[in-house]
Design a protein around this ligand. Structure first.
Ligand code: PMP
Length: 413
């Protein structure tokens, strides 16, 4: 098999040149080309359908990033479009609220174990920041122990330009999986909240299931030291199980944050939790206000999305497909003889070169170059997500493309 041609990305490049003049860096955050393989990946998308994206140059890709998680069904989902169009006809941004918000809150209380009350916001970062605010109001303590990435707000990001050290003073990171380390921090006192995803997931790293007893251990420690336990279920919500990681692992936090997967791409997240804690919002008059929080299009999309998730047994089907994909990844990784392994969990798959291998960075770049040229959109920096509309044919195609690409990596060594 010979070399595969570079994609025609003429229009993407043109738009990017224009964008650089009016947008810092042309593309912000993780969408910047430096996070993919520069000059190989498309930069601008025209449209999507099912598990596919079509870029502005007309290249059609199988996309295994799913917008970094929100796409749980597929792109351009007709039933959701119809529900949203119907709402557009009535309007969706009003002086006062619409009933869809109450109906969605009722639905979430039925499917998420910790949810007795819900507050709707927009991004995952809004939901985690709000959860922390509620925990501080409830406990009247200051410190937050955090287990991973919880969004881009000042209290929880790594120190970068523009973030005051004072803003992060009361946020302390604990290593996922280490109950002793967590207890040591709790013992120091003044801890309002422990916030963690039920899964371990760091950028460019494997996704790991918690060891048996770990989440139960956190639950016990939080209770023992009077801290509010917050599960950040932004990634795990709806994908691991309809009720998130807390349903999957059978450990119920006090407050949970959900977002990705809730509305199949519409900007909606929520902070949900037990009444005892959530009531503080009203009783202690916690300030929550944003112009677009009550907009109903997102709520209508979420209601339709959850209806489809339940009706079509979507989560179970994504797991089945994920297991098949993982098995294929294991086969091709093993057959390649390269220091690479199938990583992630079936609904959030990934493959990783062994980081102790000196050439792992060059091999990673080559692999992702070959994959994008074969029109499979993956990111080297973040695990991937599976959606309901990815077909077994898509999976076979991806597995074959990886096998071919790994051959090219070997030829390149
Ligand atoms: N928590 C987790 C676990 C996340 O993965 C993310 C987003 N990647 C966030 C919080 C923040 O969500 P958002 O980007 O929607 O603000």
């Amino acid at each position: 098999m010979g070399n595969i041609a570079k994609l025609d990305l003429t229009k993407s490049r043109q738009i990017f040149e224009g964008a650089k003049k009016v947008i810092p860096g042309g593309l912000m955050g993780i969408r910047n080309p430096k996070f993919y393989v520069p000059d190989e990946y498309p930069m601008f998308i025209e449209k999507g359908y099912d598990g596919h994206l079509i870029d502005v140059d007309g290249n059609d890709y199988i996309d295994l990033v799913c917008g970094y998680g929100p796409i749980i069904l597929g792109y351009n989902e007709k039933e959701i479009n119809d529900a949203v169009f119907e709402q557009i006809d009535k309007g969706f941004c009003f002086t006062l609220c619409q009933e869809s918000q109450k109906i969605l809150a009722e639905k979430l209380t039925q499917i998420i174990p910790s949810a007795e009350n819900c507050v709707f916001v927009k991004n995952g970062s809004d939901a985690t920041s709000l959860a922390v605010r509620i925990a501080r109001a409830y406990t009247e303590k200051r410190k937050v122990l955090r287990g991973g990435y919880h969004g881009f707000h000042d209290w929880c990001v790594q120190p970068t330009a523009g973030i005051l050290e004072e803003m992060r003073k009361y946020t302390i990171r604990f290593p996922f999986g280490d109950l002793d380390a967590l207890e040591k921090l709790l013992k120091e006192g003044d801890v309002a909240a422990v916030i963690t995803s039920p899964l371990c997931h760091n950028l460019c790293d494997d996704v790991k299931m918690p060891e048996e007893g770990y989440l139960e251990g956190i639950r016990k420690l939080a209770d023992q030291y009077g801290a509010v336990l917050i599960f950040d279920e932004i990634r795990t919500g709806f994908r691991m199980a309809l009720g998130g990681g807390q349903e999957y692992f059978g450990v119920t936090p006090d407050i949970s944050c959900i977002g990705k997967g809730l509305a199949n791409g519409y900007a909606l997240s929520a902070c949900v939790g037990k009444k005892e804690f959530m009531e503080c919002v009203y009783k202690k008059d916690i300030f929550i206000s944003a112009t677009y929080f009550p907009n109903s299009l997102e709520m209508v999309a979420a209601l339709k999305c959850i209806e489809i998730l339940e009706r079509d047994n979507v989560v179970e089907k994504i797991w089945e497909k994920g297991k098949y994909l993982t098995q294929k990844f294991q086969e091709v990784s093993k057959n390649s003889g390269l220091p690479i392994h199938s990583a992630g969990i079936p609904v959030m798959p990934f493959i990783l070169f062994d980081k102790s291998e000196p050439k792992h960075e060059a091999m990673t770049t080559k692999l992702f170059t070959e994959m994008i040229r074969r029109k499979v959109l993956l990111t080297p920096d973040h695990h991937w997500y599976l959606a309901y509309r990815h077909t077994y044919k898509d999976i076979e195609y991806i597995a074959n493309a990886i096998a071919e690409s790994l051959e090219a990596v070997k030829r390149n060594l």
